[in-house]
Design a protein around this ligand. Sequence first.
Ligand SMILES: [Zn+2]
Length: 405
Amino acid sequence: MTERLYYTDSYAVTFTARVVERLTVAGRPALVLDRSCFYPTSGGQPYDTGRLNGVPVEEVIVRDSDGAVMHLLAADMDGEAVSGEIDWPRRFDHMQHHTGQHILTGAFLQEVGARTVSFHLGSEVCTIDLDRAGLSAMDIEAAEAAANAVVTRDLPVRAWFPAADELADLALRKLPAVEGRLRVVEIDGFDLTACGGTHVARTGEIGLIKVIRAEKYKDMMRVEFLCGGRARRDYAEKNALLLGLAADLTTSYREIGASIERLRAENKSLASDLRAARGQLLAAEADALWAASAPAGGLRVIARAWADRDPADLRTLAGRLIEQPGTVALLGLAGEKTQLIMARSADRPELDMVALLRGTVAALSGEGSGRGGGRPDFAQGGGGPADTARLQAVLDAAASRLGGA
Ligand SMILES: [Zn+2]
């Protein structure tokens, strides 16, 4: 078994050790040492990174069978004696968040009676899951304030392995199911729990505990929080974002919400004006198309192809055109996929637009290809590629089949 040096000193960064076993884990060379400062992934806290004889340590895990700490290396390494070094910024970040978690967990229990069910310390996100789904924003604020009061009081944090008789007298918040000796972590006068992780020596080193999100998760409350340097960076990022938005909106950051509300209302009103204006334009365009068409045999046929247009425009134009009696609209959009609309006014029930459309699609794309359907007075469909000139010719041919212009 590896002697875990971080149990007695979580601030130790360098150490020397002997190799007691060489193995391959997940295709990577790995070492078991007689002693190590490297923290292996466990108890919600991720592993330390660092170097052994200059070779990067990529992951550190515990072997279930005997508790040996396995250091997974970026490359093979010779020699029996190793000198190791852990990455301190990463370790200290974990120490701040792990101690911060104890405090936040203790604060939620004391302030609102919510128990922590699980804890996750990630590289981006740190969370605790509480056994109460219905916590209010006020509850969360109360717990956060109590947690930060513990930081401000700069209480000593002690971790040790109590003897059996001492352990029996300790009122632990949590009793984990671990074999062997139990390690206890005490935040002086505030919280006492069993934990194998790495912690700061005094709560003041955490700097800040900030809840950044809380949401229902199953029948629990998931509380996302940040401590220390990560909380400060998060603050800096959000501050920069807010100041940037405020500058874009030429307002102060406190007025951003009101500015966005105004922009939304303005946008809604503009969109409504635009819809009305487009409707008027399309109506005028339809009227002009109708006026320019020549009646033949009591029927006006408007056959027209476009490219690069909103298909909805064609439906609107067709709808407007066939409000006039004795009118047929044969409208098309050219391109990689042609789109067709064929519609007629209600007073000409003898004209079947579905049949005309299917014949036209077949002329455009060949028998059996293309698609189309609808009602006898309003049919839509499409076919293969065609340019505007070809589509216009096909629509003109369809118009002449109707006996119109
Ligand atoms: Zn802990």
